[in-house]
Write a protein that binds this ligand. Structure first.
Ligand SMILES: Nc1ncnc2c1ncn2[C@@H]1O[C@H](COP(=O)(O)OP(=O)(O)OP(=O)(O)O)[C@@H](O)[C@H]1O
Ligand SMILES: O=C([O-])CC(=O)C(=O)O
Ligand SMILES: [Ca+2]
Ligand SMILES: [Mn+2]
Length: 672
């Protein structure tokens, strides 16, 4: 509306000097009320504007910000019929007490003294909460730290977080489109080798340990040492950010999470990535189901048992807590919580998935599995379909639900033409990590890899115009496995049998694209079970069995889509054009790819279509795109060998109740 509205609609005031009838643009003039009796004889005054109700500059500033209004629904006692409304003050006190309990040192006997608000705003009256009554201070365990206040910035708005970031965090800037550019520090990707899980009596039997598992063990005591280190660090600060939010749009399986962090960047990132509570939901939040202590600026102590670097991301499922030391990469929080969901949801018979998800106008749902950089976000963000989510989902008895409230898109080489919806989502409120921009115009150069290849944008899902809110949908019709094949031998698309779908799901192949995992600079072949071995908690066959059961029950079709190389391996060939991949995906969604003719490839035994609308037919069989046929055959055999080696660890496992399925899956791999 702003672009095409007539200028007259936007006139802010009348300048007496202007002849009548001319278009007028001008800012509202500020007039001090006092002394106005003696009508000023100077040129610019405006009688039509109502006078400002301030007599001093301070008063004027105090008028600028309205006090937060109370939630519209009164809070009543849940049961028993007793009506006991909480005053705003009582409610705030309860919130502070809950946060103080979260932040309590476990070696001293009380939580920190907390006060709401920004420490630089001295005028605010401290409302103290430290688990004790004001006049009953504990005599034991007192240290200097218990004499100071820690200010709590609880669920700040994006605007407030922008101000905090820009004022206090070096490297925070507003870009020309309004996004908040930030630096994540020395780490610009996750640190999977520093992810530890407490092995106790329960998790010893329940979780996947040992070769191939992402769960590096640590003991309960070491966890407590790191927890104390993180909590002491956070309490030593003048202020901490606290986010109380939700995971999972399936309201029956919603998880309450609390994130305590030291940076506005982290708070805004999680504000965008988790589900944002309404003011009423925040009122009723109570105790969280899971808490993250993000002390990422502070290292772990390498003299501490199990520590192999100054970074440690520690998960304790019994305590429902995670501690982050020595990395400020915000993706650790997002993916840390994903790991928690990979534990909690299967216990309830719900399958957790590292997948994107969207839905057509007819209600047909597609899942997009794939490792980092294979296209989950890019391909699930589709202008012709409703976005349910780009990265983390649950598949339960009622259908699918997104775990998150936001998207986390790769930005390297982002273009407005190829990915318009993601481009347009990078606006006020969006966190832009590690991008490079022009110092004056603040135009971002998405091609610049000076800081990292893994540049990212985190935005609330409603920044995508056709997001489906609430982010839930019916049972999937298509299950699309994405692989970015750097060898250039997998076909652009293949239709899979159920055993083949399971084989490729368990294999989880891709060429890891540089950057997302710390230290990776060149693409290389990698296998990651369930397209997300870094996040799963149970043995991969548990998830595979659940997927097989659900696909069978709901009649979903599996597809393997190569979003990687064609015409040669990495270095010789080139990446398949995104426009072609989109046409392939369109043909899967529309169902037209089910009704076309197929031929079978050698070695991998994949069914490949002979034609697809909008895609050159010669690229559908990769052998056609290679000039050097011998090199093709060599690359094909090499990849087949890698698949075979990788799958050996799984051949001893039974998948589901059915031995027949297990045998079929094992024989659904390459044959040579
Ligand atoms: N043919 C193609 N298909 C899909 N993506 C492509 C293709 N060619 C290039 N790309 C690029 O590859 C990247 C895919 O990244 P995307 O953000 O979708 O990964 P992702 O699977 O969501 O990973 P993550 O789990 O790390 O978020 C994008 O930068 C996209 O522009
Ligand atoms: O976690 C991250 O940093 C990015 C991501 O989505 C993934 O690696 O799958
Ligand atoms: Ca993504
Ligand atoms: Mn991901």
């Amino acid at each position: 509306m702003a672009e095409n509205g007539s200028p007259a609609e936007f006139s802010f005031g009348t300048m007496e000097e202007k002849p009548k009838g001319t278009a007028r643009h001008g800012l509202t003039k500020i007039q001090t009320a006092h002394g106005s009796k003696k009508a000023s004889t100077t040129v610019c005054h405006d009688d039509s504007a109502s006078p400002i109700k301030a007599t001093t500059i301070d008063e004027l500033h105090s008028l600028q910000q309205k006090k937060r209004s109370a939630p519209s629904t009164p809070i009543t006692a849940q049961s028993g019929g007793t009506f006991s409304p909480l005053s705003e003050e009582q409610r705030q006190k309860q919130q502070l007490q809950s946060i103080s309990a979260s932040l309590a040192s476990l070696t001293r006997e009380t939580g920190p003294k907390l006060v709401r608000g920004d420490p630089t705003r001295k005028a605010e009256t401290p409302k103290v909460a430290h688990g004790w009554d004001h006049d009953f201070a504990p005599a034991v365990g007192i240290s200097d730290s218990s004499l100071k206040f820690t200010h709590v910035l609880h669920n700040l708005s994006p605007a407030e977080l922008y101000e905090q970031a820009i004022k206090y965090e070096k490297g925070s800037f507003i870009t020309s489109s309004g996004a908040l550019a930030t630096l994540s520090g020395a780490k610009t990707g996750r640190s999977p080798r520093d992810k530890r899980v407490v092995k106790d009596e329960t998790t010893e039997d329940e979780l996947w340990w040992g070769k191939g598992s992402p769960n590096i063990e640590m003991d309960e005591h070491t966890f407590m040492v790191n927890r104390e280190r993180a909590v002491d660090y956070l309490n030593s600060l003048e202020k901490v950010f606290v986010n109380d939010q939700f995971l999972n749009w399936d309201s029956q399986n919603r998880i309450k999470v609390r994130i305590v962090s030291a940076r506005a960047y982290h708070s805004l990132f999680m504000h965008n990535m988790c589900i944002r509570p309404t003011p009423e939901e925040l009122e009723d939040f109570g105790a969280p189901d899971f808490t993250i202590y993000n002390a990422g600026q502070f290292p772990c102590n390498r003299y501490t048992h199990y520590m192999t670097s100054s970074t440690s991301i520690d998960l304790n499922l019994a305590r429902r807590e995670m501690v982050i030391l020595g990395t400020q990469y915000a993706g650790e929080m997002k993916k840390g919580l994903f790991g928690v969901m990979h534990y909690l949801m299967p216990k309830r018979g719900i399958l957790s998935l590292h997948s994107g998800c969207n839905m057509g106008k007819q209600g047909d749902v597609a899942l997009f599995f794939g490792l980092s950089g294979t296209g989950k976000t890019t391909l699930s963000t589709d202008h012709n379909r409703y976005l349910i989510g780009d990265d983390e989902h649950c598949w339960g008895d009622n259908g699918v639900s997104n775990i998150e409230g936001g998207c986390y898109a790769k930005c390297i080489d982002l273009s407005r033409e190829k990915e318009p919806d993601i481009w347009n989502a990078i606006k006020f409120g969006t966190v832009l990590e590690n991008v490079v921009f022009e110092e004056h115009s603040r135009e971002v150069d998405y091609t610049d890899k000076s800081v990292t290849e893994n540049t990212r944008a985190a935005y609330p899902i409603e920044f995508i115009p056709n997001a489906k809110i609430p982010c839930v949908g019916p049972h999937p019709k298509n299950v699309i496995l994405l692989a970015c094949d750097a060898f250039g031998v997998l076909p652009p698309v293949s239709k899979l049998t159920l055993p083949q779908t399971m084989y490729h799901f368990i294999s989880g192949y891709t060429a890891l694209v540089a950057g997302t995992e710390d230290g990776v600079k060149e693409p290389r072949a990698t296998f990651s079970a369930c397209f997300g071995a870094a996040f799963i908690m149970l043995h991969p066959t548990k998830y595979a069995a659940m997927l097989a059961e659900k696909m069978q029950k709901h009649g979903a079709t599996g597809w393997l889509v190569n979003t990687g190389w064609s015409g040669g391996s990495y270095g010789v060939g080139s990446r398949i054009k995104l426009a072609y991949t989109r046409k392939i995906i369109d043909a899967i969604h529309s169902g037209s790819l089910l009704n076309t003719s197929y031929q079978k490839t050698e070695v991998f035994g994949l069914e490949i279509p002979t034609e697809i609308e909008g895609v050159p037919s010669e690229i559908l069989d990769p052998v056609n795109t290679w000039r050097d046929k011998k090199a093709y055959k060599d690359a094909l055999m090499k990849l087949a060998g890698l698949f075979k080696n990788n799958f050996e660890t799984f051949t001893n496992y039974k998948i589901g109740k059915d031995n027949k399925l297990t045998d079929e899956i094992v024989s659904a791999g390459p044959i040579f």
